[in-house]
Design a protein around this ligand. Sequence first.
Ligand SMILES: Nc1ncnc2c1ncn2[C@@H]1O[C@H](COP(=O)(O)OP(=O)(O)O)[C@@H](O)[C@H]1O
Ligand SMILES: [Mg+2]
Length: 284
Amino acid sequence: MTTTDDLGPTGRPQVEFPEPAPLESHGPARVISMCNQKGGVGKTTSTINLGASLAEYGRKVLLVDLDPQGALSAGLGVNANELDVTIYNLLMERGLDVHDVIEETATPNLDVLPANIDLSAAEVQLVGEVAREQALSRVLRPVLDEYDVILIDCQPSLGLLTVNALTASHGVIIPLECEFFALRGVALLVETIEKVQDRLNPRLDIDGILATMFDGRTLHSREVVARVVQAFGEKVFHTVINRTVKFPDATVAAVPINDYASTHAGAEAYRQLARELIANGGAA
Ligand SMILES: Nc1ncnc2c1ncn2[C@@H]1O[C@H](COP(=O)(O)OP(=O)(O)O)[C@@H](O)[C@H]1O
Ligand SMILES: [Mg+2]
């Protein structure tokens, strides 16, 4: 890790993170939830593109769609509406093999556990189950040794599915859109994370806050990031994701930006996030 005198977008000295060494063997996975109960902050986009960058660095990556909207699955070219079994069935039924539900994507080293609208029933149905908060941990247990990183794309709520994600995770990444109300609701999210730490999963850590949709030309974006750094200090990733139409364009093409526009600054930003996460010990 080298630091320069230039200030980065977070107002702190710019840091460069080294290219990670290739892995000799794979697993056990570190599980990370992408979490923010606000919609449209970049959870799904960050799950896809951080996942693709980690995969590019030779990490074996599983992306878990835990949003009934299925945007993660669609963004990776999986038509989850045509599937007979999805993560919903794994959560609610016994005797299914998770391997039979996992789909390979067009990107090497990158697999997905798809979801569709069926999952919207799980929130209510799980309430009556024994160990209802541990259903996702149970689903993921058989594949932990096969992956280096598992990223869970949470739905925009703090309900039981999100609690399941936090219970199954080692870390949380909180994407925040660089908008005026970015910090609204974050206190409640942190409170939920602390409750899960207390009652269900003491190993859970906040890996970092990720500023997304940053526009360096506006004072407003820079002010929002400054406020986020003031509130969370070193928990804020040095990597900041710029606002660019290449992200929605890549989603329409149903591929990660690494495949859609490999040399674009947006692709480079998620590669940097992957390097920063690995340098911090947030991934192997
Ligand atoms: N850095 C970015 N620049 C421009 N648009 C973005 C960026 N990140 C995400 N988007 C777009 O914003 C919308 C919401 O992003 P998404 O990742 O789906 O958020 P969430 O999963 O939190 O609801 C999507 O249309 C997505 O393509
Ligand atoms: Mg989403």
